[in-house]
Design a protein around this ligand. Structure first.
Ligand code: FAD
Length: 200
């Protein structure tokens, strides 16, 4: 079987890796070629080194894996711990005149009290109504079912509009995967009562 893979970004490289793996497992009919228009592989995930030695990430700068196959492959390709720079995510949201750690929903105690109440009210309302929820058709529906009205009004809706430049009712839910952190109600309430930050 002849396979032509167009582009040597992460997808193309992954496809080539898998094709070669299958070939070496005994399927000698596989005959793949990867074509890349640039001088270097990596696509938007490549890093360019300039004359001064500075590293420029064209796009991707963080890797997160939820797939054992992908994790194994990365460990195989970069076996040396020194190849990795592991970090706990620390991102802060500037709003209401203060910094709030992200994911914001875990750190509501930093909001004004009336907004904390609205956010928790929305989450509790969702718990009451959960059995009547139908499959969300849009990202807006998904957000409301996941975070409740209070959190959507305070943060999720304006934040996601800023990120995607589209209103959530114009977006579907197929793209999300594990990209949007969801909620743990018990931890949210603990953190509010204890005034505790939770990063990551
Ligand atoms: C600013 C930014 C930040 C990002 N941050 C992250 C991050 O932190 N973590 C993360 O996981 N992802 C991140 N991403 C996303 C990640 O970079 C992309 O999802 C990933 O690079 C997509 O891989 P791809 O192979 O589909 O496409 P691309 O990386 O775009 O690769 C496509 C390749 O195909 C080549 N090509 C195109 N047309 C042709 C042609 N006709 N013939 C031959 N070759 C062709 C291109 O030259 C390129 O090398 C970021 C993206 C951007 C833009």
């Amino acid at each position: 079987m002849k396979i032509v893979i167009i582009g040597g970004g992460p997808c193309g490289l992954g496809a080539a890796w898998r094709a070669e793996e299958i070939r070496r497992q005994g399927n000698q009919t596989i005959d793949w070629t990867l074509v890349e228009t640039s001088a270097d592989a990596g696509g938007l995930a490549r890093t360019v080194v300039d004359e001064q030695g500075f590293l420029w990430d064209m796009g991707g700068h963080v890797i997160f894996s939820h797939y054992a196959y992908f994790t194994r492959l990365l460990d195989y390709l970069l076996p040396n711990p020194a190849d990795w720079n592991s970090k706990i995510r620390e991102a802060w949201v500037w709003m209401r005149g203060t910094f709030i750690p992200y994911p914001l929903q875990q750190n509501l105690h930093r909001l004004p009290k009336h907004e904390i109440v609205a956010c928790i009210d929305g989450l509790l309302e969702n718990e009451r109504r959960r059995s009547s929820f139908t499959k969300p058709a849009t990202f807006a529906d998904w957000m409301e079912q996941s975070f409740g009205r209070g959190l959507c009004d305070t943060f999720m809706r304006p934040y996601n509009f800023k990120v995607w430049a589209y209103t959530a009712d114009k977006m579907n839910v197929e793209w999300m995967g594990e990209r949007v952190a969801t909620v743990n109600l018990s931890r949210i309430i603990h953190n509010v009562i204890l005034g505790k930050d939770e990063l990551g």
